[in-house]
Write a protein that binds this ligand. Structure first.
Ligand SMILES: [Fe+2]
Length: 307
């Protein structure tokens, strides 16, 4: 593994570099929010997610430098959230021939004016927070899926292949990709986000049952390398621990909520307690408070339904 981004710290205390990808895989993330990973295959290049809109120009610059004259052939979307694909319109402007792949549900969501407006509003909030004083217009034209992909689809990059897994739970449009023959899984948010060495956030916004099915499926795949959203690469010997953490944390949250229901609290009261318990200013690095509150409301609603 090549040391690429050692400045991001020794999260595991053992010298592991969470952005130390093998040759041909590059972190091109340009700001706060979701990661943007560029894979340069033997024939094709592919960008996995784009990050937030406010850093779209910086992302394009990272892509130009890293691609070093190669075209950008494909863009794959893990799901339709603003912090993962807000910068897509800027990438499309710079690389109009790049073909965008995503779930059918993402395609239908992204043509809705209401969804685009929400993307714009959250994109502006993020811009104002992470780049104060910026007047950069948050554009949403270009937020489109050109080619619909789903479970079991294989996307050839030449000698390498990306296998598509539908992993609903966080959203109905969440996709996981596995790069073979390397056996590197780029997991979706349905199967959690490692926020601390001993804490996995479980952003199950849409369906508890779907999220648990996604968890079982991803764990059973047994990929050698696990790349987590908002985090990067896990040390290989941590994979099993990670899956255990995920499963336990989902149960912890459900137990906590079951207790509040038992006390006779209303959903609004439960939500307020949940938000106070789980908000941590450190989250502000990845997500403005407004976005946290929107997500928390969905998580509480979804997990209450599962009890
Ligand atoms: Fe998300």
């Amino acid at each position: 593994m090549k040391k690429q981004e050692a400045e991001f710290g020794d999260v595991f205390g053992n010298g592991h570099d969470r952005f130390g990808f093998p040759d041909g895989i590059h972190r091109v993330t340009a700001g706060h929010g979701g990661e943007a990973i560029l894979i340069c295959g033997s024939e094709k290049t592919v960008l996995l997610d784009c990050g937030m809109a406010y850093c779209g120009d910086a992302l394009v610059e990272n892509l130009r430098q890293t691609l070093d004259g190669r075209p950008l052939d494909l863009i794959l979307l893990s799901h339709s959230h603003y912090d993962h694909i807000g910068a897509l319109p800027y990438v499309k402007q710079a690389y109009p021939d790049a073909v965008v792949y995503g779930a059918a549900k993402a395609q239908s969501i992204l043509i809705r004016p209401g969804a685009r407006q929400l993307m714009k509003d959250l994109g502006q909030t993020a811009r104002d927070q992470y780049k104060p004083g910026s007047t950069k217009e948050i554009i949403t034209d270009g937020l489109t899926v050109d080619v619909v992909i789903g479970e079991g689809d294989e996307i050839s990059l030449g000698d390498e292949t990306l296998i598509v897994m539908e992993t609903k739970g966080h959203t109905d449009c969440s996709l996981t990709f596995v790069l073979e023959p390397l056996s590197m899984m780029f997991a979706s948010e349905s199967t959690g986000i490692l926020e601390k060495i001993d804490y996995v956030h479980t952003p199950i916004l849409k369906s508890y049952e779907d999220a648990m099915e996604s968890y079982e499926k991803c764990k059973a795949y047994g990929a050698r390398f696990l790349v987590l959203p908002h985090f990067g690469l896990l040390p290989e010997d941590f994979n099993e621990t990670y899956w255990d953490f995920f499963e336990k944390e989902v149960e912890n949250k459900r137990t906590y909520l079951r207790g509040l229901v038992g006390e006779g609290l209303t959903e609004t009261e439960i939500f307020e307690l949940y938000a106070a318990k789980y908000w941590d200013p450190i989250k502000e690095q990845e997500q403005p408070y407004e976005a946290f509150m929107i997500n928390s409301k969905s998580i509480v609603k979804t997990l209450l339904k599962s009890l």
